[in-house]
Design a protein around this ligand. Sequence first.
Ligand SMILES: [Zn+2]
Length: 78
Amino acid sequence: MLDHCPGAANLRTPTLTVRKCPQCGEEVEVFSSDVAVTCSRCGFVVYNDMESCIRWCRHAKECLGAETYGKLTRGKKP
Ligand SMILES: [Zn+2]
């Protein structure tokens, strides 16, 4: 019934992405539902690009549900 943006679909069904820490090159496992993951080697905080979806998608709150939306936006200024 409802259409969801691709970004929200990824957040509803978390996928694992391996990213490289920009500081030390360590591989960091980032789930699509995570906002940020701390590098296990150097402690650098690797941010999840998926977070950007909720910044521009006006349907994000409806797509994700208030709980997930609140979790991803908690403590952030618009
Ligand atoms: Zn690192």
